[in-house]
Design a protein around this ligand. Structure first.
Ligand SMILES: [Zn+2]
Length: 255
């Protein structure tokens, strides 16, 4: 009797696991035109060699099999799906095993929004955010901001990369500017010290080429400086060699 009960429990658990696995893969397959869209719109992809491009495509497909892209008052095009996925994959491209386990859906809004997610009226300056509470496992991005992030690949701003860096930061349980899964332990304290020194310099009014929003707190600093790192690595290396070296350790440790 106990054996039968255990068998039933095992079967129920098995079905649960099967359903979860099925839910995780929505069957998304890269479209025939995906390679062309990526080549025309994603500089990071364009700069990869053939093997790198193939790997990028595979990971984009895997990401979109796990994460739904939903338009709120906007039509979601294949371009949008590929740009969101690119923003997700670029920061973790050199971590082939990395999977985002803390997101299920990205909502695309037609415009900037405010902190109650309204897209009408004044006081709307948010381009993207990682959800919390009711929006747990969701991210919101402004569709125009997503598109302009990639059509201006060297202006130092990329909303999608910014938000996915927040998710990487959040993956260890604390959105605190320290991505503990990516940064080797001995570098954690030096990294925090660098963040605080740079924020202090920014707040002292020293003319900075870093987006001042980064001085808000450690987490925003990490997201903002990561945008800079992926869009203008040459400039960051010239102006802030120590920050650059640390970001290399975080995002490209095998180099
Ligand atoms: Zn942010």
């Amino acid at each position: 009797m106990i054996g039968l009960a255990l068998l039933v429990i095992a079967l129920i658990a098995g079905i649960g696991i099967y359903n979860n696995a099925r839910k995780k893969n929505n069957g998304y397959i890269l479209s025939a035109g995906a390679r062309k869209i990526l080549t025309e719109n994603v500089l990071f992809y364009r700069n990869l060699d053939d093997a790198g491009k193939l790997s990028f495509e595979t990971r984009i497909q895997q990401f979109l099999q796990q994460v739904r892209i939903t338009g709120i008052g906007v039509q979601v095009e294949e371009l949008d799906r590929l740009l969101v996925a690119s923003g997700a994959i670029i920061p973790i491209f050199y971590f082939p095993e990395w999977r985002y386990n803390n997101i299920s859906e990205v909502l695309l809004y037609k415009d900037t929004f405010n902190d109650t997610w309204q897209v009408e009226g004044g006081d709307r300056n948010i381009l993207g955010m990682v959800g919390d509470g009711a929006l747990h496992r969701q991210m919101i991005l402004s569709q125009p901001s997503l598109r302009s992030s990639f059509s201006n690949p060297e202006d130092g701003h990329n909303t999608a990369i910014h938000e996915f860096v927040h998710l990487l930061d959040k993956a260890d349980g604390a959105t605190d500017g320290v991505p503990e899964y990516l940064l080797a332990r001995p570098y954690v304290l030096p990294w925090i010290k660098q963040i605080h020194e740079t924020i202090r310099e920014m707040k002292m009014g020293k003319d900075s080429d870093i987006n001042f929003y980064g001085a808000t707190n450690d987490a925003e600093f990490f997201a903002v400086i990561s945008e800079y790192f992926f869009e203008r690595p040459d400039k960051l290396k010239a102006h802030h060699p120590e920050l650059y070296a640390m970001l290399e350790k975080i995002f490209h440790p095998i180099k």
